[in-house]
Design a protein around this ligand. Structure first.
Ligand SMILES: NC(=O)c1ccc[n+]([C@@H]2O[C@H](COP(=O)([O-])OP(=O)(O)OC[C@H]3O[C@@H](n4cnc5c(N)ncnc54)[C@H](O)[C@@H]3O)[C@@H](O)[C@H]2O)c1
Ligand SMILES: OC[C@H](O)C(O)[C@@H](O)CO
Length: 380
């Protein structure tokens, strides 16, 4: 076994280092040891790197970053029946207690004792080897690459959000934000049968990509009142009665405010974006339209499986979001690219993975023109 367990460690804000750590050992008979092949960078990783905290999650001790990973099984525990050495898997990176009321009611994503990769104090997956319970490792079908496997995590976030929106065939869905999560929400909404999917952003190049990807319509949010933005958006999308469902995947206050004016009478609003903890929220629109408002946090029962099925069946294309793959030693540069808004999704190869070329900093112009991201705060 190639045995580098080099890890990408956040020591404190804007201070990262590479550290060779001991290869972890199986903790119980239902565990598997996974060689991490590819890891995507999430806005939350970048936020921890820059600020050292997201809400009440504060990095107090050095923490390995990363939680969007796929890899290859290298060892299985004695009770493991469903995976074997050599299987390629998508890693679900959060492990609930399995005993609390949330877990027992089937909402394990709400477990208060969740051990989630790269959410302090827990280390993340930007490392050589990772131990996981077998039921949180999902075998990838032959037609889904391991690189695509790394995008199952953000896709599962989008699956959970769109499920929360209860999207039905023939419905209209407006998605605020055309970052990776918003793009994937648009794609999942289409796969659920939504016939009109409107992507909204403040960056035109992101909207151009969204239109080529999954959106049937786009709207560039303007510096006008939420009511005025909503009026213009609904006109562009030809939705005179409002949208059946509105998803916020931006976390930006103006977009959340606009959403409540965009949703139809009796429609559904889902808060997927994580921005400021407290904002001014148009409760009168919520009340008068009898809007159903739901939150969405990570992913739960069936979401990873559905995400993989959507990719395997060709209903959602995650490959289109990958701008490049970089060697492990280029992890910090890759984080910089994400921070600068120059990529949609960049993958970091595991420390034991060979990557032919050095960091691919050239962004495919067809995917995204470099543009600074403002408004979305990456969680807090
Ligand atoms: N609910 C969850 O479990 C969960 C999981 C992962 C990420 N998130 C959150 O989802 C959001 C999206 O994640 P991402 O990785 O795509 O982030 P991102 O920052 O790449 O995307 C956010 C997008 O919102 C756009 N935006 C900013 N202000 C806007 C406005 N006023 N109107 C419309 N669009 C605006 C930005 O230009 C950007 O394209 C983030 O807030 C992130 O923290 C939530
Ligand atoms: O996709 C999972 C999310 O990135 C995490 O929940 C993070 O935002 C907070 O820990």
């Amino acid at each position: 076994m190639a045995s580098s367990n080099l890890s990408f460690v956040l020591n404190k804000p804007n201070d990262v280092s590479f550290e060779e750590r001991p290869v972890p050992k199986l903790q119980n008979p239902h565990d598997v040891l996974v060689a991490v092949n590819y890891t995507g960078i999430c806005g939350s990783d970048v936020h921890y790197w820059q600020h050292g905290a997201i809400g009440h999650f504060v990095v107090k001790d050095p923490m390995v970053l990363g939680h969007e990973s796929a890899g290859t099984v290298v060892e299985v525990g004695s009770a493991v029946k469903t995976l074997k050495k050599g299987d390629r898997i998508a890693l679900e990176p959060g492990y609930p207690c399995r005993r609390c009321p949330a877990c027992l009611s089937g909402h394990y994503n709400l477990c208060p004792d969740m051990v989630f990769a790269a959410t302090p104090p827990y280390d993340g997956t930007l490392t050589g080897f990772w131990v996981a319970p077998v039921d949180f490792c999902y075998k990838l079908p032959d037609n889904v690459s391991t690189q695509e496997g790394a995008l199952i995590e953000p896709l599962a976030v989008a699956v959970h959000i769109v499920k929360q929106a209860r999207v039905q065939p023939g419905q209209s869905v407006v998605v605020m934000g055309a970052g990776p999560v918003g793009l994937l929400c648009a794609a999942v909404a289409r796969s659920f049968g939504a016939t009109k999917v409107v992507s909204v952003d403040i960056v035109q190049s992101k909207l151009d990509f969204a239109r080529s990807y999954a959106a049937t319509h786009t709207y560039a949010s303007q510096r006008v009142s939420p009511e005025e933005n909503a009026r213009k958006l609904l006109a562009v999308a030809d939705l005179p009665d409002g949208a059946d469902a509105v998803i916020d995947a931006s976390g930006a206050e103006p977009s959340i405010q606009t959403s409540l004016h965009v949703v139809r009478m009796g429609g559904t609003y889902v808060q997927g974006g994580m921005g400021k903890s407290d904002i001014t929220f148009p409760i009168m629109a919520l009340c008068l339209k009898e809007v159903t408002a739901r939150g969405s946090f990570r992913y739960g029962s069936g979401d990873y499986k559905l995400a993989i099925d959507l990719v395997a069946s060709g209903k959602v294309d995650v490959k289109a979001l990958i701008n490049g793959v970089v060697p492990f030693r280029d992890a910090e540069q890759a984080f910089k690219k994400v921070k600068e808004g120059q990529v949609i999704k960049i993958l970091i190869a595991g420390p034991n993975e060979k990557v032919d070329k050095a960091i691919d900093t050239t962004v495919d112009e067809n995917k995204l023109k470099a543009a600074p991201v403002t408004g979305s705060t990456g969680c807090c």
